[in-house]
Design a protein around this ligand. Structure first.
Ligand code: GRE
Ligand code: ZN
Length: 321
């Protein structure tokens, strides 16, 4: 399929580059590093070759979210956003941007998002999970009440918020099994839990036009929705939200195919959520555009659904040309 749009596609400047190094061996790192730093010919060659018209580009992980010092986090986010804007200005017909945000300070995050949308032309935010505020031990989640005014600004700006993984805060459970911490499992466990915290907090009752995007086919949640809904409905612990998780998934949540190029999983997501809520992505440069595209172009779904997932859902969601 030609004209695909991807929205979990990362870059880095020098500030946060080292954050991606620990996930791979030295041999892979040399190429990954070059791919992260380039928002130009290197990635355009891949996009051209495999029918990807546009990438909505975002900063690598955990980056800003892992910097305990609030002032420094704000500075690093701002520099990353300015650098991304320069990259996009060179090829605006191929690249768009998501804002990096220092969620440590919800007011500053709202201001930076407004600047990125209104002045830099970005189409939303991508944030790498909880923030370490003040120290590496203090892990702050965004369902907390101090974030609600921030979410009000996201709704007002009418742009989606992509909740992207980072390694889990509850690292004790992974002790002795470092291979589990990253994309093998910990990323999804952490991010799925954070998403359920947001949905179950009642945040989306207060701001019903908020849109949340999850990568990697929804961080395991589509597979688990039925059970989560059935059990919170009977929980004696109380459940603060007005609707069940499935209803929020049908009105407020989108998922992407980033890093999860599996037809069986896609079909489950289509059965649970419908083709209108699924968006093609690759997770470049942690994944190859080639693998994402060759799988997606051949996966046995209708051509109408392929067009929606590959392009049209994103075009509408981000008001792209
Ligand atoms: C990602 O962005 O999803 C990612 C990383 C690091 C390793 C693997 C991966 O940031 O998928
Ligand atoms: Zn990613």
């Amino acid at each position: 399929m030609q004209g695909k749009i991807g929205l979990e596609e990362h870059f880095s400047g020098e500030d946060t580059l080292a954050d991606s190094q620990g996930f791979v061996g030295d041999d892979i790192w040399r190429e990954l590093k070059a791919n992260l730093l380039d928002v130009g010919d290197r990635r355009l060659a891949q996009m051209d070759r495999y029918g990807m018209e546009r990438m909505i580009v975002s900063l690598n992980a955990p980056a800003v979210q892992k910097i305990p010092d609030t002032r420094k986090a704000i500075e690093v986010a701002r520099r990353a956003n300015d650098l991304l804007a320069e990259h996009i200005a060179r090829r605006p017909e191929r690249f768009s941007g998501f804002a990096a945000l220092a969620m440590h300070d919800p007011e500053a995050a709202a201001l930076e998002l407004r600047r990125c949308v209104k002045e830099l032309g970005f189409v939303g935010a991508l944030v790498n999970g909880f923030s370490n505020v003040g120290s590496a031990e203090n892990c702050v989640y965004y369902d907390l009440k101090q974030y609600w005014p921030f979410w009000g600004v996201v709704e007002e700006l009418d742009v989606p918020f992509y909740l992207h993984p980072r390694p889990p805060s509850q690292i004790k459970a992974y002790e002795g099994h470092p291979w589990l911490v990253g994309p093998a499992y910990g990323f999804a466990a952490e991010t799925g839990l954070h998403a359920l915290r947001l949905l179950g907090s009642g945040l989306f009752d207060k701001y019903p036009r908020l849109r949340l995007i999850l990568g990697h086919m929804g961080e395991n949640l589509p597979f688990h929705l039925y059970r989560s809904d059935r059990r919170v409905a009977w929980s004696p612990m109380g459940y603060p939200a007005k609707k069940n998780f499935r209803e929020y998934f049908q009105s407020n949540v989108f998922i992407t195919t980033a890093g999860n190029f599996r037809t069986q999983t896609l079909i489950d997501c289509m059965l649970e959520l419908g083709a209108d809520r699924i968006l093609f992505s690759s997770d470049y440069p942690f994944e190859a555009v080639q693998e994402a595209a060759e799988w997606f172009d051949a996966t046995p779904i209708s051509e109408g659904d392929r067009l929606k997932i590959g392009r049209e859902n994103s075009r509408k969601l981000f008001r792209l040309p």
